[in-house]
Design a protein around this ligand. Sequence first.
Ligand SMILES: Cc1cc2nc3c(=O)[nH]c(=O)nc-3n(C[C@H](O)[C@H](O)[C@H](O)COP(=O)(O)O)c2cc1C
Length: 165
Amino acid sequence: MESIDVFEALDLIPHPLAIVTAGDPQTPGRRGGMTAAWVSRVSWNPPLVAVAISPKRFTYQLIKEFKAFAIHLVSKELEDVAMNVFGSLSGRDVDKFAKAGIEPLKAQAITAPIIPQSPLVIECKLVAEYPAGDHVIVVGEAVKAYKTSAKPLLIWHESQAKQIK
Ligand SMILES: Cc1cc2nc3c(=O)[nH]c(=O)nc-3n(C[C@H](O)[C@H](O)[C@H](O)COP(=O)(O)O)c2cc1C
């Protein structure tokens, strides 16, 4: 086997390509979302999901304030906005939904903006958070979910999103 740098190795772990949203769906400036790859199921019962989020993110502030977030898987149709809007701009400076031409829906069981084009949406109530180096592990209980027929993308490096077959 070939020895490689640990940072290069960690970049090669496959992740879902997701957008995590939070806030008031109808109020620009109080709604936001960010692209996230570090998303994982962490408990069967109750059904818990964890996202590693930098505390610098505007989305993190909204999650703390609204005590909820929605995880959206990303399809090919949403890939460009995931990379170039939700994954690179800050909600402090711009309303990403307007920038992306997305009219968010209201979540059904929590307060959060929902991206209707997403292949899979999981609404989560914030139940815990744990510090982890330069990120915070935000843990949510999945309380509602819905899907479309679109195919989600997987990512194992920022530049290589692939559709799940
Ligand atoms: C492919 C990709 C994956 C990302 N994954 C994460 C992640 O898991 N956690 C995180 O804190 N930031 C992640 N980011 C960075 C945030 O999406 C980015 O900093 C975003 O602009 C934050 O927006 P906000 O300040 O409006 O919350 C990722 C970005 C990209 C492009």
